[in-house]
Write a protein of this length. Structure first.
Length: 107
């Protein structure tokens, strides 16, 4: 993702410890932050709160200007899909989500 400002020196450590999001009691789970360029980073989170990534950077005084999701759990998103496009999930991808059996039943 691309940030408005260069990454502060302590941001990776703050994310590794968990961040206090505005209006929430609990810290986020620890996250891994990798700096790719001055304003470009890769963030790996293990939970998905409402606008969590943008809110985490806002909590440390920065702003996300461009966000690209690479995967969700075990589901890797296809790079060749345009915004708004989708593809069917494989049976393995569906199984990785852990849906109840009654939702997976085929007609």
């Amino acid at each position: 993702m691309t940030l408005e400002h260069p990454l502060a020196d302590d941001t990776a450590e703050q994310f590794a410890q968990g961040v206090q999001l505005h209006g929430e009691k609990d810290l986020t789970k620890p996250a891994t932050l990798e700096q790719l360029d001055a304003n470009v980073v890769r963030l790996t989170i293990s939970e998905g709160r409402y606008h969590q990534v943008k809110r985490m950077f806002a909590a440390v005084g920065n702003r996300v200007v461009e966000l690209h999701r690479e995967r969700i759990g075990d589901i890797v998103l296809d790079e060749d899909l345009e915004p708004g496009e989708y593809r069917p999930l494989t049976e393995e991808e569906i199984a990785s989500v852990g849906l109840p059996a009654e939702l997976l039943a085929k007609d």
